[in-house]
Ligand binder design. Structure first.
Ligand code: 6GU
Length: 227
């Protein structure tokens, strides 16, 4: 899978893709992430990519031309399955959307800043708008990093135990059950005996019960969604 990220802050996105699972995904050739500096597509002397909004008001808007030039340049090289704009007014990201996106071949993620992008870019180019939650970030870069992380770990061959993503929190609309490692006794708090019993069926049932309990207590909305 190839993901092209259009941003005015490419440096901000170097580190998130240089560690752990995403690093491995890139090294194995399963994921290619390209950071594209939007300013390289500005036709203005100061490499300007934003301007005052028509109608007045505070906040500047990312202008059409650099974004259009950049997307047209990318589209000459390959076809894109989705051109995603990450924005707080987008569709709220969930695991189902991540699963669907992980099956795509080529996607573009456009990161916004300031008051957002000129509406006409959304009309002409954007195929999907995604928000990562009901709060406002100072730019789309961290949202893009979240999206790429969630997608990247699902690509076949990225996780060493391929089945492990299938048991994730949310894949079955349940939160995760509690987990424990050594020592058996920490400050008087003991590991539940069933986990030390070696009895696979009992362990499986205990984990399911705990996942259900936790989901009922914290996220009952998830249980409603799966009905
Ligand atoms: Cl995608 N962008 C920004 N700027 N803020 C957000 C967001 C995205 N998702 C939630 N808040």
């Amino acid at each position: 899978m190839r993901i092209d990220i259009i941003t005015i802050l490419p440096d901000l996105l170097v580190s998130p893709f240089s560690h752990s699972i995403l690093k491995r995904a890139k090294e194995k050739g399963l994921l290619e992430v390209n950071l594209i500096n939007l300013r390289d597509f500005s036709t203005q002397k100061q490499k300007q990519v934003d301007d005052y909004q028509y109608g007045g008001g505070a906040g500047i808007v990312m202008m059409c031309e650099p974004i259009s030039n950049c997307i047209e340049h990318l589209k000459k090289e390959r076809n894109y399955d989705e051109i995603i704009y990450v924005t707080p007014d987008g569709e709220l990201l969930n695991q189902k959307m991540v699963n669907t996106l992980s099956l795509k071949e080529n996607i573009i993620i456009l990161c916004g800043h300031y008051k957002g992008i000129d509406e006409r870019i959304r009309e002409v180019y954007i195929t999907k708008e995604i928000s990562i939650g009901d709060y406002v970030l100072s730019g789309g870069e961290l949202a893009a990093a979240v999206l790429v992380d969630a997608i990247g770990r699902l690509l076949p061959g990225v996780l060493s135990d391929e089945t492990s993503a299938l048991f994730d929190s949310f894949q079955d609309n349940l939160l995760s059950h509690p987990v424990y490692t050594r020592p058996e006794d920490f400050k008087g708090l003991k590991v539940p005996p069933v986990l030390l019993s070696g009895h696979e069926k009992n362990i499986r049932e205990w984990r399911h019960e705990k996942a259900l309990e936790r989901t009922k207590a914290r996220r009952p909305d998830l249980l409603k969604d799966s009905e």
